[in-house]
Design a protein around this ligand. Structure first.
Ligand SMILES: C[S@@+](CC[C@H](N)C(=O)[O-])C[C@H]1O[C@@H](n2cnc3c(N)ncnc32)[C@H](O)[C@@H]1O
Length: 260
């Protein structure tokens, strides 16, 4: 099978997997909500960063899924675009928006090969999307559509922690066959396309607080373990790769033409 054929096969599998998942939103995903609530700090940081930069700007959310984040900046941005390979996701994203906005454009589209012109967007963002793509192709394409002074922000899972990987192996139905949580080499490679790369890491031990019942116990343990994680990462910087999540903030180098 040629490289192109295998890429197309992956794309179809991703589309079919997500169409089916969003159509049926299975019960077993509800069991993962306890982990996903841990991400609330990162999610808030992501939303704040984009909302801050969105004023009168063109913003693109890639792999938006049904729970599109656009409502957080739709009132301040000039143009809001959202794309996903799943038609069901786009259909449900329209429903989530709830009403018509003149500045909103949602489309079924491959994030590795977008229809947009070069240097079109001020902000490109996504949650849990890059690890569904081929990272070099994705970062190249994002850099292409992003203006020279634009900002790209992503939250992605990492693939180095053996305990998390063990859990992933035990629960294969929750993930698509072709997704691959990012490796440090994927993150390092962003410097080929972006001059300014900032990465924040979260959740080594704090993930354990997900197993505690109730919000009181959970919140106390989360806050303690979060501080433990910060200490571990300060003393042993290599331990960052064992985090569950990374928030990746990318900016292209500002060229003379764009800053003039
Ligand atoms: C883990 S889900 C994340 C959805 C959403 N961002 C969220 O946080 O709920 C990954 C999303 O990426 C989409 N996706 C996968 N491959 C894609 C591709 N090549 N181009 C665009 N979207 C893609 C899937 O359809 C799915 O909606």
């Amino acid at each position: 099978m040629s490289h192109r054929q295998s890429k197309e096969k992956i794309l179809h599998r991703e589309k079919d997997f997500h169409d089916e998942r969003y159509r049926s939103e299975s019960e077993n995903r509800k069991t993962t909500n306890k982990y996903y609530r841990l991400k609330k700090d990162f999610d808030q940081r992501f939303l704040d960063l984009i909302s801050e930069h969105a004023k009168n700007k063109k913003v693109l959310e890639i792999g938006c899924g049904p729970n599109i984040n656009m409502p957080h900046w739709v009132d301040r941005a000039q143009e809001c675009h959202g794309i996903d390979i799943s038609a069901v996701a786009i259909d449900q994203a329209w429903k989530r928006l709830g009403r018509h906005y003149d500045n909103v454009h949602l489309k079924e589209m491959n994030a590795e090969k977008m229809d947009y012109e070069d240097n079109f967007f001020d902000v490109v963002c996504g949650k849990g999307i890059i690890h569904h793509l081929n990272p070099p192709s994705a970062f190249r394409e994002i850099a292409r559509v992003l203006k020279p002074d634009g900002l790209a922000v992503f939250i992605e899972p990492l693939g180095h922690n053996p305990f998390i990987n063990f859990y992933r192996r035990l629960t294969p139905d929750m993930r698509s066959r072709d997704e691959n949580p990012l490796l440090m080499s994927d993150i390092q490679m962003t410097s080929q396309y972006f001059g300014n790369v900032l990465v924040y890491y979260q959740h080594i031990t704090s993930i354990l607080s997900a197993f505690l019942p109730g919000s009181g116990l959970h919140n106390i343990s989360y806050s303690i373990l979060n501080n433990v994680d910060k200490l571990i990462m300060t003393v042993l910087p290599f331990s960052k790769k064992y985090c569950w999540m990374a928030l990746i903030r990318l900016q292209k180098p500002i060229t003379k033409e764009s800053s003039a």
